[in-house]
Design a protein around this ligand. Structure first.
Ligand code: FAD
Length: 400
């Protein structure tokens, strides 16, 4: 049987996999990206991903370098202020709030928010323009054989592809990771997130708002206006059974529940599209590389959606890979390169997972004394400017 050849094979054409394809394609490599699923690229199609992604400053630099930012910028909603509201008192209303303004540490906003379906659409359009990138849908990796000179992937359609570098971007249950025998550590919270978009009468003024009570944060992230009406993406985290109950409510009852939870900070919210639900875990692979293979994005690490870290960490992976390859293109997929990748990323990923895990546990607190402690902690951080600034830089990933 003929074995197809490519410089880089990317297993998984999610947002991380497609951005990786564009970024490596830009460097002149031949790239093949495969995914068994067809991408959903409009918000009204069944199966549309109603989440949004807030790209933080370092991610923007990578998207610019890859040539993707010019496609995306017109659709961006900037995040200038991060507001954290504590509504953990006896009644569901704000009892304290802290605002972190990007102007304190930078001339740029913290980040820029985009609907996930739109990111898929724009990545796909860019890939179609690049003759050295092949994107195949309807076929996935079934198994992997590696040797010191190549990784050979057996695909679900019976064909095989050999590459100098195999990138596992095939999600939290990564086939590539399993084929390489790399174990994961998984932390389960019994929590789920409902993701949806809303319109509201009060403008968001580029403020991203995280409201804490119990069960997990309720986060509103700015989106561009919809027909002149302010709009936000919402991620509402709750314990699993409560999230399932909310998801099943008729739209009117769901709106009443979300308005109570939102404390009406932007006035009454109106649902603007379907609701989707996501299980929440933390997970990391014990290694981020193997022979001729790098794991990136959720194949390597999964975090609860707090502080817009997930996909931003994935672009952090990609940035390290790109820099290593740019420094020595001939070493693509070599042991030295992949060891350096693991070393540069693994400790950083573990630190972020630990931090987000703590924040999530604090946000889930049910008991009043714990909720009071959380509010005190937030006020202490906010009241002390150097700590506040350091935390903002850390959250952005601009400080080591
Ligand atoms: C509610 C919510 C909100 C979030 N908000 C943010 C945010 O604001 N900012 C942020 O940075 N992150 C955010 N995240 C995290 C972010 O959405 C994820 O990190 C990101 O979507 C994961 O992308 P991925 O490409 O790694 O995985 P996926 O999107 O799961 O893509 C993996 C792809 O691999 C394919 N695949 C599976 N098996 C195979 C196989 N055998 N062969 C080939 N392909 C295969 C799948 O079909 C899929 O398309 C959020 C997450 C959640 C749950």
């Amino acid at each position: 049987m003929q074995v197809m050849q490519t410089d880089i094979l990317i297993s998984g054409g999610g947002i991380a996999g497609m951005i990786a394809a564009v970024a490596f394609g830009k460097l002149g490599f031949t790239v093949t990206c495969i995914d068994p699923a067809q991408p959903v690229i409009s918000r009204d199609e069944a199966g549309a991903d109603m989440r949004s992604t807030a790209f933080l400053q370092p991610a923007r630099a990578l998207l610019e370098e890859a040539g993707l930012w010019s496609r995306l910028s017109a659709h961006a909603a900037a995040l200038q202020v991060m507001r954290i509201v504590d509504a953990g008192g006896a009644e569901a209303k704000p009892r304290s709030q802290s605002e972190f303004n990007a102007a304190d540490i930078s001339e740029q906003p913290f980040g820029w928010n985009f609907p996930n379906w739109l990111l898929r659409r724009e990545c796909l359009a860019e890939i179609k323009k690049r003759p050295n990138i092949t994107l195949r849908h309807g076929v996935g990796v079934k198994d992997v054989l590696t040797r010191s000179e190549f990784a050979r992937a057996a695909l679900t359609d019976g064909s095989q592809i050999e590459s100098r570098l195999l990138i596992g971007a095939d999600g939290r249950n990564s086939t590539v990771r399993q084929a390489l025998g790399i174990d994961v550590k998984t932390i389960r919270y019994g929590q789920k997130a409902i993701a949806f978009t809303v319109t509201h009468p009060i403008p968001h003024q580029n403020i991203s708002t995280e409201i804490h009570r119990s069960g997990g944060p309720f986060t509103l992230v700015p989106l561009p206006d919809v027909d002149g009406t302010p709009s936000s993406a919402i991620v509402w985290m709750e314990r699993g059974p409560e999230a399932e109950r909310l998801l099943a409510l008729p739209a009117g009852e769901f709106e009443a529940a979300m308005n109570a939870r939102s404390c009406l900070l932007f006035g009454p919210l109106h649902l603007n599209g379907p609701r989707t639900i996501w299980p929440i875990i933390s997970q990391y692979a014990h290694r981020m590389s193997g022979e001729r293979t790098a794991l990136i994005a959720e194949a390597a690490h999964v975090v609860p959606p707090i502080g817009a870290q997930g996909l931003n960490m994935s672009l952090g992976d990609l940035k390290v890979l790109i820099d290593l390859v740019k420094a020595a293109p001939d070493t693509l997929g070599s042991r030295n390169m992949l060891d350096a990748y693991h070393k540069a990323r693994h400790a950083e990923v573990l630190t972020r997972i630990t931090g987000i895990d703590l924040l999530n546990r604090a946000s889930m607190a049910q008991a009043r004394p714990l909720r009071d402690l959380r509010a005190l902690g937030l006020n202490a951080i906010y009241g002390f400017k150097p700590v506040r600034k350091s935390l903002m830089q850390l959250g952005l990933g601009v400080k080591r």
